[in-house]
Design a protein around this ligand. Structure first.
Ligand SMILES: [Zn+2]
Length: 304
């Protein structure tokens, strides 16, 4: 990485690539790159394939710390409005023992047990979260064109190989796919989440711990020049991806019409590796991962 700086000028000229986006662009990108969730724009410039040396200092992808961004607490619960303390009514009926105040709101998320975190079918969402500091053990750099030169070009090995095959076939079909975000650490997600204090029921920006990107199994895929908006679904490549991703073990994770189940807005660019068998079955049944796993569990088919 240190050798990048010296080559910047020459390579930038040769490749005609914007090397250093303005701070305004950085801040805009930050705001927009947080969600599943990067919901609205692609990175400011299209960098070279990840196999090349990235032209920009990866630190530029990270924003300056927000003015009063509190460090997310012990990790599991994103900073948000304190739930009103459950107070025992002063005149509580004597027949009932006083209820101890709950430590968390009733909808408080659970932390995924260590034994389940590396399952290809691991469920990460608002209710099932990964702890601060968790990283999958087998992250590798995906050998595809990627938007960022940093950890976001990583995926777990099995998902990386599958995505490379998907990209090869997409390119053969005439598309220009680009990996926007693969892995994102808890810490990066916390940075992207910033100092938000609300946690809406259906969100476009996942709180730290609730982002599938922390599993190393999720990939935000766009075509070069496309923004991250719902209309991507209507483009030829958006349609191709939705139709063919299951053949490579990926599912469109947050489809339109399933927001009440996934609790994430429609994101036609966010794909999740679940393995070919599960992906093909979910494509056949129309289930999202939550529904697929619930049906398997109720059928005694095992747990994630
Ligand atoms: Zn995503």
């Amino acid at each position: 990485m240190p050798r990048r700086k010296g080559r910047e000028g020459a390579e930038a000229g040769r490749r005609k690539i914007r090397v250093v986006p303005g701070i305004g662009t950085l801040l805009l990108s930050l705001v927009l790159l947080a969600g599943c969730g990067e919901e609205t724009t692609p990175p400011p410039a299209v960098p070279p394939p990840s196999s090349d040396t990235s032209l920009k200092d990866p630190s530029q992808d990270l924003p300056p710390p927000p003015p009063q961004a509190p460090e997310p607490g012990a990790g599991e619960t994103p900073s948000g409005p304190e739930p009103p303390p459950a107070q025992t009514p002063p005149q509580a009926p004597p027949s009932k023992p006083p209820t101890p105040p709950p430590e968390k709101p009733s909808s408080s998320p659970g932390i995924i047990p260590p034994a389940e975190r590396e399952s290809i079918l691991v469920l990460v969402n608002a209710e099932h979260r990964l702890p601060k500091g968790y990283r999958p053990p087998d992250l590798v750099r995906v050998n595809v064109r990627s938007a960022w030169g940093d950890e976001r070009a990583l995926l777990r090995a099995e998902a990386a190989r599958a995505l490379e095959a998907l990209f090869r076939d997409a390119q053969a079909a005439g598309f220009r796919p680009i990996l926007v975000s693969g892995f994102r650490s808890y810490e990066l997600q916390a940075t992207l989440y910033g100092n938000r204090t609300d946690e809406p029921h259906i969100y476009s920006v996942a709180p730290p711990g609730a982002s599938e990107h922390q599993t190393g199994l999720a990939a935000d895929i766009l075509e070069e020049g496309r923004g991250m908006d719902a209309t991507f679904a209507d483009t030829p490549f958006g349609k191709w991806l939705a139709a063919h991703a299951p053949e490579y073990g990926f599912v469109l994770r947050y489809p339109r019409g399933k927001e009440s189940v996934t609790r994430v807005v429609f994101e036609p660019w966010h794909f999740r590796y679940v393995g070919r068998e599960a992906a093909l079955e979910m494509a056949r049944t129309g289930e999202v991962l939550e529904e697929y796993l619930a049906r398997r569990a109720s059928a005694g088919g095992g747990t994630p």
